[in-house]
Ligand binder design. Structure first.
Ligand code: ASP
Length: 338
């Protein structure tokens, strides 16, 4: 009887020890999770490193300021959605960027704005295209998501929807900036010379689109993107930004915002491609970012920012430069242009 008890105890202990290392391995495979994280971009393209020092300074300061707005919300336990909306609002109001005030001009000399926001925890989204009187298009996109049965409103319809909300409206003149107007004149002159409707060389006119992605303390992820589109864009042109899965996408695994040549971004359903690669290849955020930027898109096409459910962030472009910034609850921080 005693022998049997000893034997049983021994086998029990053996089973226990056998199980132990396996559990440790499983835990080790799960990366540590940061409480919160945020990344933002102010457009990808190619800006010369010789840009005037005061201009560079102005960009760096505004990136720092935008990052502070979002990270403060997250550090105080606020939601990823609030953090990215307020971050994007700040950039929409800053005329350095091609979103809200400072948006580029269409070929007809108008400012037509696109924006989208997506809540990774519900997979709900809101998007608008071609609005001309909404001061902060990302806020209207959020209202589409929360206050309507639909996902995407265009032009007059989006303006009518805006009439039913309390979002701030402005005269279309509000969006005028001399700098962007001159870009349109240059674009038109070059278009006449080259006789092409659109060339990749025009990418210098594209940058400035803004976006933000975040993970909050409750583990929710969200993505937002806002833009004036591309200088000299033709009648009714819609870019990648408001197309869910192209310029903007979030689920509970990863949140992504794109910038660059919209046509290329949408043809590759880029933001969703990153998310799908992570999910189906069981790849890390960085591996999926590398796959998208280096293998799916071509050099000069686009840049992306993303955060994953562990709070890792990644920012990468193949255009030469991207105004960008990111930080997390661990104190990691990155701000850069090239
Ligand atoms: N992707 C934007 C568009 O094509 C432009 C940009 O990112 O600057 O509308």
């Amino acid at each position: 009887m005693n022998k049997l008890t000893t034997l049983l105890t021994l086998s029990f202990l053996l089973v226990l020890t056998a199980c132990q290392p396996k559990q440790e391995t499983e835990n080790a495979a799960e990366p540590p999770t940061k409480e919160w994280s945020i990344a933002l971009h102010g457009g990808a393209g190619y800006v010369s490193p010789d840009m005037p020092e005061d201009r560079k300074q102005a960009y760096m300061e505004s990136l720092e300021e935008a990052l502070a707005i979002g990270s403060e919300i997250l550090a105080n336990g606020g939601s990823a959605l609030d953090a990215i909306e307020k971050t994007v609002n700040y950039m929409e109001d800053n005329e350095l960027y091609n979103a809200g005030k400072g948006a580029v001009f269409t070929s007809e000399g108008r400012n037509e704005l696109d924006a989208a926001i997506m809540d990774g925890s519900t997979l709900n989204a809101g998007a608008i295209t071609g609005v001309t009187t909404v001061k902060n298009p990302i806020t209207l996109a959020r209202r589409v998501m929360t206050d309507s049965k639909h996902v995407f409103f265009s032009a007059d319809g989006a303006e009518t929807f805006a009439d039913e909300t309390d979002v701030e409206r402005v005269d279309p003149e509000y969006f005028y900036t001399e700098r962007r107007y001159q870009s349109l004149q240059r674009a038109k002159a070059e278009e006449q010379e080259s006789n092409l409707i659109e060339t990749n060389e025009e990418k210098e006119w594209k940058y400035g689109t803004v976006g933000a992605v975040a993970k909050d303390v409750n583990g929710n992820l969200a993505a937002a993107t806002s833009t004036g589109g591309m200088t000299n864009k033709k009648y009714g042109r819609v870019g990648d930004v408001p197309i869910i899965g192209s310029g903007t996408y979030a689920n509970n695994l990863v949140a992504v915002s794109a910038t660059g040549w919209g046509e290329k971004i949408m043809l590759n359903v880029s933001a969703h491609t990153l998310a799908a690669h992570m999910e189906f290849q069981e790849a890390t955020l960085q591996q999926s970012m590398d796959y998208l930027v280096d293998e799916v898109l071509e050099p000069g096409d686009a840049g992306f920012i993303a955060v994953d459910k562990y709070g890792n962030f990644s920012m990468k472009t193949n255009t030469g430069s991207m105004f960008r910034a990111a930080t997390d609850s661990e104190g990691n921080k990155e701000i850069g242009i090239w």
